[in-house]
Design a binder for this molecule. Structure first.
Ligand code: ATP
Length: 207
């Protein structure tokens, strides 16, 4: 891809969205993998018909949109069905993301994906930025934001890559263990680094 691409990842409630929102105030283009995974199963998209054919029409809500909770239930305890779904959606999500990245007009693009490492999209990126927060803060922030129980959040944390696995893939780390003003300051500093790296990247591409 022609653009300088920064992959932004982190565990649940680490502060990815808060960091990405602040990067975007600097004019950085933000491409979000969670958005992509919703867009490819919107009504009218071929993936939704394939899912309804495979799992039955009761996977759809009355208005024809995907019943995400019902789908989660179907694949939760069934590795084979989960694999079927992943094989259907993964290429579609990748294609959508690549399209969005190519179309972005900005000094550089931020690809936000909680599963950046798991989906191997970190290989697309010139840099990988991990937002890292102590697990106790991930828990308390997510519980406060989503009104979830501790157990629910802990289950999600266990299903994600470990902190060590994410950090092993990181070129840069922002530790989000203080207030939002501190996070913004760190993002400001990191943005300056990416601006100069992206300029150098663009110059090298021209030569
Ligand atoms: P998810 O993976 O669940 O989408 P995330 O990594 O995008 O989460 P955010 O939604 O950015 O995390 O942050 C989780 C919650 O914690 C939000 O309500 C956010 O406003 C809050 N938060 C993030 N960073 C801080 C901070 N430094 N101080 C106070 N609150 C914060």
């Amino acid at each position: 891809m022609a653009q300088f691409l920064v992959g932004l990842t982190g565990g649940i409630g680490s502060g990815k969205s808060a960091a990405a929102d602040h990067f975007s105030t600097h004019g950085v283009a933000v491409v979000d993998a969670d958005v992509a995974s919703r867009v490819v199963v919107e009504p009218g998209q071929p993936a939704l018909s394939a899912i309804a054919d495979h799992f039955g029409a009761d996977i759809l809500q009355a208005d024809g949109s995907l019943d995400r909770a019902a789908l989660r239930q179907k694949v939760f305890a069934d590795a084979q069905q989960r694999q079927w779904l992943q094989q259907l959606l993964h290429p579609l999500i990748s294609a959508y993301l690549r399209e969005q990245i190519s179309a972005a007009a900005a000094p550089y693009v931020l690809l936000v994906n909680p599963l950046l490492v798991e989906s191997r999209q970190h290989h697309w990126c010139q840099r990988v930025l991990v937002i890292d927060a102590p697990e106790s803060m991930q828990l308390s922030r997510t519980m406060a934001r989503d009104n979830n129980s501790r157990q629910q959040v802990e289950n999600i944390m266990r299903a994600q890559a470990s902190r060590e696995q994410r950090l092993a893939a990181a070129d840069d780390v922002i530790v989000n263990d203080a207030d939002l003003a501190q996070l913004h300051l760190k993002v400001d500093q990191q943005h300056q680094v990416y601006l100069s790296l992206s300029r150098r990247y663009a110059t090298e591409k021209m030569c």
